[in-house]
Ligand binder design. Structure first.
Ligand SMILES: Cc1cc2nc3c(=O)[nH]c(=O)nc-3n(C[C@H](O)[C@H](O)[C@H](O)COP(=O)(O)OP(=O)(O)OC[C@H]3O[C@@H](n4cnc5c(N)ncnc54)[C@H](O)[C@@H]3O)c2cc1C
Length: 416
């Protein structure tokens, strides 16, 4: 069966009291990844996205994509469509402001050909949209908005607004991939824990005069981490964290003044910088949902957790959630179990909630230890950087943790 992009006049086939095995709310990168990962599962999937396709693609974001995420996309069979459009980095340089001891990670540390990748939002979202349109078991409903859901003993009834009309569909499981504000999580009264940071994050794209040399930089200033990520076309993405007032003031500067400030943080290793397009400021928060599942409901991606952008972890955690949930649902289907049963869903929660908490804690620790001028902490962290550079086992451990190679590996990532 080819793509079924339901138009308002089409009605899904009704089977045994429900129309779909699962409905995924949110066709961002994470919702699409789950739908794609379920391609050969034998499960019927409804994917619902509120924004029109072109608007969803147009987000001016870019992400560090870690090795484990790349392996998951290889396992799904979509990586060859993504790889030509993204940049590969083979070196990461960590430094503490102007302190001369820089920690350099390279492919030789872990014996791989690449360390990671950086992708524009479009370079991930578009191939995923195209892929799910070709999945015979996936119905892609876009634009359409979920406005209500009712959890019953055996099914969940989902009210969807399509072109001004309300339609109710029933499925065995609802998966919320509806972003950080997750209306589905709120309506289900799932509590969250966490805090907003004292910092905001400025995101901008620049073109340096010299080659970026496929190198990613994370430079820690006392005001917050400053990352430079290489992109195709010798562009770079800047993720610049600073206290709210400073971030606001920086964003209000004219281009020339902004570039001057940017160059001070950036260093002169890549020559003169040219600013590409607009810059944006994001609020930064840490959030962990108290539970990832309820009977007939699972949360994935930003709906389940958010973290500080240091280390570019957020999206990658969501990709791992999608791969883990796909594996558990597929195993349940293979043994004729009810995929909405809380005992099945708890396997996903037990797997992902703790692993995500470790990374949330790690990013929080990095930010707090480095966004700090208290002399004893400065001395300890500089000693820590030196140790990291000199002790190979520690260096490999830190690198593997950051790129997702610690923890349980989903089956999808083992397929190649
Ligand atoms: C400044 C900054 C920098 C970052 N850098 C990185 C990085 O380098 N690497 C990294 O891994 N992560 C990074 N992240 C994190 C990353 O952006 C997020 O983790 C990721 O985008 C979350 O994807 P998602 O699909 O879960 O949510 P979203 O992208 O928010 O998608 C949710 C989707 O759900 C849809 N939706 C919502 N409600 C409904 C509804 N009722 N019905 C239908 N559809 C609905 C929305 O339209 C949307 O398309 C960064 C974040 C920030 C703020």
């Amino acid at each position: 069966m080819a793509l079924t992009q339901i138009t308002p006049t089409q009605t899904p086939t009704q089977k045994r009291g429900y129309e779909y095995d699962l409905a995924i709310v949110g066709g961002g990168i994470i919702g699409l990844t789950l739908a794609a990962a379920l391609k050969d599962s034998g499960l019927s999937v409804l994917l619902i996205e509120a924004r029109v396709e072109s608007a969803a693609v147009a987000k001016g974001q870019a992400y560090a994509v870690h090795m484990l995420s790349a392996l998951i996309y290889q396992g799904i069979g979509i990586w060859e469509k993504i790889l030509p459009q993204i940049a590969t980095y083979r070196r990461v340089r960590l430094s503490d402001a102007d302190y001369p001891n820089v920690v350099e990670f390279s492919t030789t540390d872990i014996g791989t050909s690449d360390l990671g990748y950086v992708a524009d939002h479009q370079a991930l979202l578009q191939p995923l949209q195209e892929f799910v349109k070709e999945c015979p078991n996936v119905t892609y409903l876009c634009p359409a908005e979920v406005v209500n859901s009712q959890y019953q003993q055996d099914i969940v009834a989902i009210d969807i607004k399509i072109a001004g009309e309300l339609r109710t569909i029933r499925s065995k499981l609802l998966v919320a991939a509806d972003g950080a504000r997750s209306p589905i999580r709120e309506a289900a009264k799932i509590k969250t824990h966490g805090w907003k940071y004292w910092q905001s994050c400025i995101v901008a794209f620049v073109k340096p005069e010299k080659s970026h040399n496929d190198t990613a930089y994370e430079r820690f200033w006392s005001s917050g981490p400053f990352a430079i990520l290489p992109l195709p076309g010798n562009r770079c993405r800047i993720v610049w964290t600073a206290p709210h007032e400073e971030a606001k003031a920086l964003c209000a500067l004219d281009d020339e003044q902004f570039l001057k400030e940017l160059s001070r943080r950036y260093g002169n290793q890549m020559g003169k910088l040219e600013l590409l397009g607009s810059r944006f400021v994001f609020q930064v928060q840490l959030m962990q949902s108290s539970r990832y599942v309820l009977p007939r409901l699972a949360l994935i991606g930003d709906a389940a957790h958010n973290c500080h952008p240091v280390g570019g972890q957020g999206l990658n955690l969501g990709i791992r959630d999608a791969a883990a949930l796909a594996q558990i649902l597929q195993e349940a289907k293979a043994t004729n179990k009810d995929i909405g049963d809380i005992r099945i869903l708890k396997r996903y929660q037990n797997w992902r909630q703790r692993e995500n908490l470790t990374i949330l804690g790690f990013t929080d620790l990095l930010d707090r230890v480095f966004s700090n001028n208290f002399l004893p902490i400065v001395l300890v962290r500089r000693f820590g950087l030196l140790t990291l550079q000199k002790v190979p086992l520690l260096k490999i451990f830190a690198l593997k943790l950051m790129i997702g190679m610690k923890g349980r590996t989903p089956e999808l990532a083992r397929r190649i």
